[in-house]
Design a protein around this ligand. Structure first.
Ligand SMILES: Cc1ncc(COP(=O)(O)O)c(C=O)c1O
Length: 400
């Protein structure tokens, strides 16, 4: 477990115009009309964790629970599906030679055109599920690339028309999706970015800002103080960059941003150490499978260099401890979902880290459980309870 302070010369620089467009205060409003095609976008619950605050000597701790977002099991529902709709709208407008309203994306004309469009992406699981859901809604075909480590259960749950398993790790599945989509003229909707492929992942990231906006509204409604700290788990960093970028725009430098990664796949941590975007080798798999990425997203790294105060790593057991704690609060979190809380528990129990991050009685921490547990057997092995038997009184109580 290590914490690196952000020493980049870009740290503290304002977001660029482009970043503001996708992560700024007006970003969530652009997302909502598209997601409305999918159904009612209900706020996910914000759950206070007073026992964590008391244990660590903090002011307040609140957890936004994305476990049931749009019936998809994770916050990723907000990004991939949204990007598919935005990009499909552009394609349709080009095809028809005229402007199309969002509400017309499900019209018979749109559907007819959709049947000629194939969307694709690589995924650890959740992003692909979201892209496939967006494609299904519109009537496009979806092809999702997964790597060797993706479980059979996750592969089945993708809901894609075709799933292609790539022999290799996540990074390899990303290059394979890029190669095949270019060859076949498919629409690649990646949540990670690289030189020359930047706009689409930015649109994906814009989708996530909805949850940060909701969290601030819910804190306000409950008369909770605004967050002074946020611990954000990262794979390629898209999620952390979106939430941190949006919060920075809304709250300024008042909020301390900590990026949390498994020590077995800490590509952003390594990039922060090196002072430039850096890949890490894949040596051992992590139970935080959704965070198992070895190369940061280019646009996420650029944003995080400006807005992240620190980059920390956690161990496997830290995620397990956080899952157990949440299960006691009737929150079913997957290993990756609980990683933000795991980061807080580690930092809050370490006097040096605590001091470095300025955590104390006047701190108000925001966390996000980014997904529910997708593998009941592994959840039971870690937590000692069947996830299906965990009731959700907190959901009912706090979603009002
Ligand atoms: C549940 C969950 N949490 C966190 C992340 C991290 O998001 P990112 O890869 O954008 O850093 C992912 C990515 O798939 C995820 O599925």
């Amino acid at each position: 477990m290590t914490l690196l302070r952000n020493t980049s010369s870009d740290f503290g620089s304002p977001l660029s115009g482009r970043e503001r467009e996708y992560l700024g205060t007006r970003a969530p409003a652009g997302v909502a009309p598209f997601l409305a095609l999918w159904g009612e976008v209900e706020k996910t619950p914000l759950i206070p964790l007073p026992e964590v605050a008391a244990r660590l000597g903090l002011g307040t701790v609140a957890l936004k629970n994305e476990a049931f977002r749009l019936g998809q099991g994770s916050f990723k529902a907000l990004g991939g599906a949204y990007a598919v709709m935005v990009l499909f709208k552009r394609l349709l407008e080009k095809h028809l030679g005229r402007e199309v309203r969002v509400t017309q994306l499900l019209s018979p004309t749109a559907r007819e055109f959709a049947s000629t469009v194939t969307v694709c992406c690589a995924t650890d699981g959740n992003h692909g599920k979201s892209v496939a859901a967006g494609a299904r809604l519109l009537g496009c075909r979806s092809v999702i690339f997964i790597h060797a480590g993706v479980t059979q259960a996750r592969a089945k749950g993708l809901g894609a028309d075709e799933v292609v398993r790539v022999d290799g790790n996540y990074d390899l599945s990303v290059s394979e999706a890029e190669r095949v989509s270019a060859e076949r003229g498919w629409l690649l909707v990646s949540d990670t970015s690289w030189e020359g492929y930047e706009e689409i992942p930015a649109i994906v990231g814009q989708g996530y800002t909805i949850l940060a906006q909701e969290a601030l509204e819910q804190l306000h409604d409950r008369q909770f103080p605004l967050p002074t700290h946020v611990f954000l788990q990262a794979g390629v960093g898209g999620f952390a960059a979106s939430i941190a970028g949006y919060l920075r725009e809304r709250l300024g430098r008042e909020v301390t941003v900590v990026v949390v990664e498994p020590d077995r796949a800490a590509c952003l941590h390594e990039s922060a150490r090196a002072g430039e975007l850096t890949s890490v080798p894949s040596i051992e798999p992590t139970i935080m499978a959704m965070l198992e990425c070895f190369t940061p997203s280019l646009i996420a790294w650029r944003t995080l260099k400006k807005v992240a105060d620190g980059f920390m790593t956690i161990r496997e057991g830290d995620a397990e401890n956080a899952m157990r704690l949440l299960a006691n609060r009737n929150v079913v979190a997957g290993e990756s979902g609980a990683a933000g809380l795991a980061g807080l528990l580690v930092a809050g129990a370490d006097t040096t880290m605590k001091a470095a991050l300025g955590l104390g009685p006047t701190s108000h921490v925001l966390l996000i459980n980014t997904e529910t547990a997708t593998d009941p057997a592994s959840f039971k092995a870690i937590v000692g309870m069947d996830p299906a038997l965990i009731e959700r009184p907190d959901e009912v109580a706090s979603s009002a």
